[in-house]
Design a protein around this ligand. Structure first.
Ligand SMILES: Cc1ncc(COP(=O)(O)O)c(C=O)c1O
Length: 407
């Protein structure tokens, strides 16, 4: 029998999402590294797109997964049985959101957590919650934002390109410019929710002004619009604080997270005060349901990741580490700009063609980076938060050497 390689199986049977998948075969991963079957080592500078905040296979996450697997896997659809990993994780998240009273929004402190399987599902849940709570159906989001791929979340997407062949999508959605205070006028008493990322992710790491984010909060409060903060990429320590919004002195009405939350396992959540969340329990009962949301193994992994990030204060070091990366590339003749907050960074080049050639060369040299969905001339740099300063020096050195070839 002829031997069929994994590569052949991948191309023959895995539904492809583009004509140019990276198609690296990884056999093992640990910390900041991924290894091919040949033993070739890659620095993961993108954390599987914002997921591996505690690094690949963090020992505490792996231990929690094993312990939970020895107790039980799926037991029952979401919200019926008392499952300790869910309850403990929800309490931990609520505690992380118990912030100084002056920051709390008009609808109170967030202490209810609805677990989902992904960021997209959490966005969907948040949208339904906002509609149900406000009795409105309008949504405002930002140009160049990405909030997920389902039809509701896609309706919020900030570029027509990804929407056009899937219409009709949800009615009543509007896009405004990210970071432009005058556009906030478009949030009105017809708007159920304004959804925004505290740092724009797929737009290529865009950091709004503090005054803008405060104006966002004010406008939402004035119009009775719920403020949904999408922390799918920024949450769990990525930007230098545990939640990115903490840096702006504001507080959301609904908070969404996923990605880094699971320590490598699939999980997401939308969170709100009891006041808001309670509308999902009646009229109709079971206002939002899921079979696997908050899977006990994912919750156990997430709780372990939560504790690692908070106990080791990984978020606090992300700022300094990010500055090291910024310093390495700022001023380089090929790099037009380096943007970033914590370990969520983007290095901008002249064109996609140049960046793509650089990214390919980096992969050959054992460094995985990427560009962004809505910003294809900027290199995504978002390594695991556990990356050491020596590793930063090493990996920046590799990239700088690659850049020399393109000068
Ligand atoms: C800001 C943001 N929101 C939502 C999502 C959707 O999350 P998921 O891919 O887990 O469905 C993403 C994914 O990239 C994201 O970056």
């Amino acid at each position: 029998m002829t031997h069929i390689t994994h590569r052949q199986l991948f191309f023959n049977h895995i539904a492809q999402t583009s004509r140019f998948p990276l198609a690296l075969e990884i056999e093992r991963a640990e910390g900041c590294f991924m290894y091919e079957p040949s033993g070739k080592r890659y620095y993961d500078l993108i954390s599987g797109i914002g997921v591996s905040n505690v690094g690949h296979r963090h020992p505490k996450v792996v231990e929690a997964i094993k312990e939970q697997a020895d107790r039980y896997l799926h037991l029952m659809v979401y919200g019926e049985y008392i499952q300790a990993p869910q309850a403990l994780l929800a309490a931990a998240l609520a505690e992380s959101l118990d912030l100084p009273a002056k920051a709390i929004g008009p609808f109170g402190q967030i202490d209810r957590v609805y677990f989902t399987n992904s960021g997209t599902e959490a966005i969907e849940g948040a949208m339904k919650l906002a509609k149900r709570f406000t009795g409105r159906f309008g949504f405002v989001s930002c140009f160049n934002a990405y909030h997920g791929a389902s039809q509701g979340a896609l309706s919020l997407a900030g570029q027509q390109f990804f929407q056009q062949n899937f219409r009709p999508l949800l009615p009543g959605t509007k896009r405004i410019r990210y970071g432009v205070a005058e556009d906030l006028e478009q949030i009105t008493t017809d708007t159920a929710a304004f959804i925004i990322e505290p740092v724009g992710g797929e737009s290529g790491v865009r950091i709004p002004d503090l005054s803008y984010m405060q104006a966002v909060r004010r406008r939402c409060t004035e119009t009775g619009t719920l403020l949904i903060l999408d922390e799918v990429q920024t949450g769990f320590g990525r930007t230098g604080t545990f939640w990115a919004f903490e840096d702006y002195g504001i507080y959301p009405d609904i908070l969404v997270c996923a990605k880094g939350m699971g320590g490598g396992m699939p999980i997401g959540a939308f969170m709100a005060s009891e006041n808001i969340m309670s509308v999902l329990t009646g009229n109709p009962v079971l206002g939002h349901i899921t079979t696997f949301g908050g899977h006990p193994v994912s919750c156990a992994a997430s709780l372990a990741a939560f504790r690692v990030i908070r106990e080791e204060r990984l978020y606090a070091f992300a700022g300094r580490k990010g500055e090291m990366i910024k310093a390495a590339f700022s001023g380089h003749p090929l790099v037009k700009e380096v943007r970033g907050k914590g370990l969520m960074l983007a290095a901008e080049f002249e064109s996609f063609d140049l960046l793509k050639a650089i990214i390919d060369a980096c992969i050959t040299e054992g460094v995985v980076t990427d560009w962004f969905l809505f910003c294809d001339n900027s290199m995504r740099i978002a390594p695991p938060l556990v990356i050491s300063e020596d590793q930063i020096r090493e990996v920046c050195g590799i990239i700088l050497k690659v850049l020399e070839r393109f000068r």
